[in-house]
Design a protein around this ligand. Sequence first.
Ligand code: RRO
Length: 309
Amino acid sequence: MDLSTSIAGVPFRLGLMNASGALCVTQAELEALGESAAGAIVTKSMTPLPREGNPLPRYVAIEGGSINSMGLPNLGYPAYVKLIPELKRFKKPVIASLAGLHPDDFLAGAKALNMAGPDLLEVNLSCPNIPGKPQIGYDFEETERLLSAIRDIVTVPFGVKLPPYFDPVHHQKIAEILQRVGVAFVTMINSVGNTLVVDPEREMVVIKPKGGFGGLGGRIIKPVALANVRALWKIWGDRIPIIGTGGVENGTDIFEHVLCGASAVQIGTVLVEEGPGVFARLEQELTECLEQKGYPSLMACRGKLREMD
Ligand code: RRO
């Protein structure tokens, strides 16, 4: 089965990879992704300085998903700038995820990462977990300003990781902005930010940071993810590729993302729960799903979701 895809002219053997944040902070974790069946290696979102992140516990698996408030733990971009050329030996695309606490962080990071030569640059404008730092993706003016400044600095194809939007007006607005900026791809959705999980037994929150508020991931957010992928696909068609992420735990979930319009799919919660062996399982399940449906390739079903007359 042909499970290949292409994002901004970069070929992928398999249109399936880790979501930034899931098992991709350390050199050992990134190499394990390189050795796995994953179609690409995505780094943790990085900041100029190394960060320990928020206090523990900060990730908990719950029924149907996970809640996290990691707080951007990462090695700092100088470490990833050194690692990225080494990760190329796995012969699959390397995607650098860039974050920041201030606009200047993004610009300095973009400059340094561009020199390191990742295949793609994913600019994370949707981290929900830094106290006092709202998700930039919900501020449309700042989003356009920042992405335009990054565009003027980098030569590698760059895209943006977006938060979920919940109204068609917002889908329309962000789509127009990203078209004006000229992003090469979009990854959506990040976790559903600032949700709250309660343990009724202990009458307590389940994670420590931000009074228990954190980003929701996993199967329970799949309809939110699919809606966001679909909404942008309906505006853009194949003009800007979408990497779908959110709620994938089996081959059929990948199929659903691609039916909605995704050109590739990322895995978060289930990767954390199962480890990098998950990619071989999902590749097998996706192959079986497409064979059973009679599709000759993954991209043959892209965007083909049927609506009712
Ligand atoms: O590190 C995190 O807390 C985190 C980030 Br940067 C993000 O983009 N999404 C998320 O769920 N957690």
